[in-house]
Design a protein. Structure first.
Length: 402
């Protein structure tokens, strides 16, 4: 065949990879379902290829792609479409009240213009808040990681991945054993709002102390740039023999990251409703199910909670007391989102709710428990203690280890 391999970062290759990726996943509902659920997103997934003769793009078994030499103008068409689609994605998100834009608003997507820093100097391309900055950076980071480890490669690694453990089961078990909300203890070195929390940071040692102190599950931050975490921490903790199921704490914007979390030892993964439109949440929770992972869907306000309640199959919802845009923390947020009819719906649906962030004292734990949570996610107050297992006992006002 008269075909050539495209340069690693060329737009046609990225689009072709997306195409082969979409094609390779089973849980996508049929076209008609996309139209019913959200017509715009059908376009988002399929339109870049409509004006092209599809056989021109051939995905290879290893996840790479080749494009026929005669189709060079199609490369340009794809470039333009990618840009349009990027814009469109933000419009869909905005209609759902999502303020976070997936990419800088002007010009073609980052893939074609070089490093993030370069774009930041352009007027109009400044992120509006820290969450948006993280997401824009993540977009670049993920596309680079995907080039190094294409989905096809990750899929092969799935065969030898360690078994998934039951995340929600562990939380429920701890809840009935201790009478307190099940603890997800976070292995967190630093955050953009608090800076470095612990200088002598040994993730495996901290994980073991958490387990000893009675944590039901652990959360491991994998973002490097903003939280000084890493996938190597997740992997090391998983391989250390710690039995608590592990949550991969990431800013997921691409389903590839879910596969990557799974092959690095995660049992659960965070999906942030402030970043992901409804269809992304639906699609990603399906991929989680396919891989056996638990999705922890995080919300911060009523609108996000209501969106999530419309999506079937969500079993674990986290209420973040911290606004990821402004860093403001208020534990009354958990109570507010669990009140009245909304709380009733959550109970009827059998959703397990996690109270997240800003929990420091036994009174804080009692407050969110009273509000209806069956689990809590805690980082700062316990990771800062010399012995994090003692930190857990102080947090609950009681030794919960046995
Ligand atoms: O350290 P805290 O205040 O106990 O918070 C832990 C956890 O809730 C927080 O790290 C968190 C909640 N949602 C997130 C999303 C991304 C990064 C971090 C988070």
């Amino acid at each position: 065949m008269n075909a050539m391999s495209l340069r690693a970062s060329s737009p046609a290759k990225i689009a072709a990879q997306r195409f082969s990726f979409q094609q390779s996943l089973n849980p996508i509902p049929p076209k008609s379902a996309f139209f019913r659920v959200m017509p715009q997103t059908h376009v988002l997934i399929h339109s870049p290829f409509k004006q092209l003769s599809l056989p021109a793009i051939k995905s290879q078994q290893d996840g790479s792609a080749t494009v026929s030499e005669t189709k060079t103008s199609e490369g340009d068409a794809l470039k333009v479409k990618e840009w349009e689609v990027g814009m469109f994605q933000d419009e869909v998100a905005a209609s759902q009240g999502i303020k976070i834009r997936r990419r800088p608003p002007t010009g073609p997507p980052l893939h074609y213009v070089g490093p993030f820093e370069f774009r930041l100097q352009n007027e109009g391309n400044t992120p509006r808040n820290i969450l948006e900055e993280i997401v824009w950076h993540k977009d670049v980071e993920v596309s680079q990681m995907k080039e190094k480890k294409p989905l096809g490669m990750l899929k092969k690694l799935l065969d030898n991945a360690l078994p998934v453990r039951d995340f929600i089961g562990a939380l429920k078990e701890a809840n009935s054993r201790t009478g307190f909300p099940g603890l997800i203890a976070e292995v967190k070195k630093a955050s953009p709002s608090r800076g470095v929390l612990r200088e002598d940071f040994d993730p495996v040692q901290i994980a073991k102390a958490y387990e000893k102190g009675g944590a039901a599950c652990l959360s491991v931050l994998t973002d490097e740039k903003y939280f000084q975490g890493g996938f190597e921490n997740l992997e090391a903790i998983r391989r250390s023999g710690v039995k608590c199921p592990l949550l991969c704490k990431e800013f997921v914007i691409d389903a590839w990251q879910i596969y990557y979390a799974r092959v690095n030892g995660a049992d659960a993964i965070l999906l942030i409703a402030a970043v992901l439109p409804d269809l992304d949440i639906k699609y990603m929770t399906k991929i989680c199910k396919l891989l056996g992972l638990t999705a922890l869907v995080e919300v911060h306000d009523e609108r996000e909670m209501d969106r999530v309640l419309e999506i079937d199959g969500i079993e674990l919802v986290g209420i973040n007391n911290r606004d990821l845009g402004t860093f403001k923390v208020d534990i009354a947020n958990t109570k507010k989102l669990l009140e009245g009819e909304r709380g009733e719906r959550i109970r009827q649906k059998g959703i397990t709710v996690v109270g997240e962030s800003g929990l420091f004292t036994p009174a804080d734990i009692a407050y969110v428990q009273e509000a209806g949570v069956k689990a809590v996610l805690v980082g700062e107050s316990i990771v800062k203690q010399n012995d994090p297992s003692v930190g857990i006992a102080q947090l609950f006002g009681k030794d919960i280890s046995s």
